[in-house]
Design a protein around this ligand. Sequence first.
Ligand SMILES: NC(=O)c1ccc[n+]([C@@H]2O[C@H](COP(=O)([O-])OP(=O)(O)OC[C@H]3O[C@@H](n4cnc5c(N)ncnc54)[C@H](O)[C@@H]3O)[C@@H](O)[C@H]2O)c1
Length: 480
Amino acid sequence: MEVCVLGTGYVGLVTGTCLSYLGRNVVCVDIDERKIKMLRDGRSPIYEPGLDQMIHTGLQRGNLRFTTELAGSFKASEIIFIAVGTPPQPSGKADLSYVKTVAQEVGRALDCERRRVIVNKSTVPIGSGNWVEMLVKEGLNENPAYRQKFSSVAGERDSSRTSRRLDGLKPEDIFLIASNPEFLREGSAITDTFYPDRIVIGATNSYAAERLRALYEPIVEQTFIAPASAPRPSGFTAVPVVTTDLASAEMIKYAANAFLATKISFANEIANICERVGADIKEVVRGFGLDSRIGPKFLNAGVGWGGSCFGKDVSALIDIAREYGYEPSLLHSTVEVNRRQRQVAVQKLQEVLKIIKGKTIGLLGLAFKPETDDLRDAPALEIARQLIAMDARVKVYDPIANEVCRQQHPDLKVEYADTALQLAEDCDAIVIVTEWEEFRHLEFKKIGEVMNGKVLIDGRNVVDPDAVEALGFKYRGIGR
Ligand SMILES: NC(=O)c1ccc[n+]([C@@H]2O[C@H](COP(=O)([O-])OP(=O)(O)OC[C@H]3O[C@@H](n4cnc5c(N)ncnc54)[C@H](O)[C@@H]3O)[C@@H](O)[C@H]2O)c1
């Protein structure tokens, strides 16, 4: 099966690469020449465990290609994924300009020789499936191949010679639209792609749904040989497929992210109350997370959620609801609790250090979560900016994202350290912002020896308070 993926970001690249691993012929398209060059050289432009090796394998086998040329890239493709970004606008509305461009371009470039299924994998507001259909049709109207075919059919119609083909060429014979929202998590994207909790397919036409189901068959039935970098979880035998209409598929994605963001905001809200009443959020979550109706995941209190999806998707859902005259109070609270939570680290520093001006603060972690280099809406950046604005000297260390941060935020006036120990030198306080595994096992004795003052703000509750307090640290966690 031939597949084209438009957009080689976290979603498009992982999807295309994993499909090539399953034996599909995949061509990935991006307008970013630097990314495509790196990919052709077998290097991933993003940090994602196991991805480099899998790209390399696809290139060697010859069934994974990368190009900047959209026109012609899907000549052989039966399925075309749209996986471009849908970043937030200042109003919270999703910016659909990349989707628009790509949909129109696809319409203009289709060769009309076969029926294609065009799949929205990007997270898009409800109704975007219909909108993309309209845009592709607009593109088709400017498409010489389509116009030629259409006019020849119209000509035949006029001459009434081929009555069987009178209604023969409709846009739905050239393309069908489907929605296939993505649920992968950065940092475990390959595992999530091969062993997802579910696959959601939204389509109005059963042919489109059937082709997507066929594409994912090896994943649905778990018939592929698991790659070494992503072993099959024990007992994992099949994946549920939810086939539904376009609007419901689009809504499922927003509902999932809004729920997860709300779950974390809920844990943070309870953590803030715990602090005041003398309870420990970790114990509290252990107790209520065991309730099978609740579940223990996504209940870690901390300095708030970030990343490219939660903030953007919750804001977009609020915007969608408002468009229909509905004020989603719960979603507003989810965002507000998170906004306040982003202040907690600085408040704790103020509580312990009193004066921030002139102090040296070290931030452990830049990426919005471990095992990724993604800095989009990362709490660390906001904390760093707050501290700089308060005239602190800020040092940062991330096991993976230092270089990305240097490139993407050249104006951020921080000092980069190469190790956690180097970061700690001369610091009056350090803050754990990202829960990298490495930070759970730091040698706090050595770290304390090189610090100016032994203050540790554990923004992710990953350190044993008793152990570090025994070393003379003033420890502050979140909600404990
Ligand atoms: N990142 C995640 O964890 C995640 C998870 C689930 C869903 N999503 C959704 O998937 C979509 C993509 O997210 P992402 O994180 O991969 O974005 P990204 O910003 O990492 O990648 C988008 C890519 O699209 C490319 N692009 C833009 N215009 C293009 C065009 N005309 N032709 C070809 N390529 C073009 C960009 O150059 C970029 O490489 C978004 O809607 C996002 O909400 C993301």
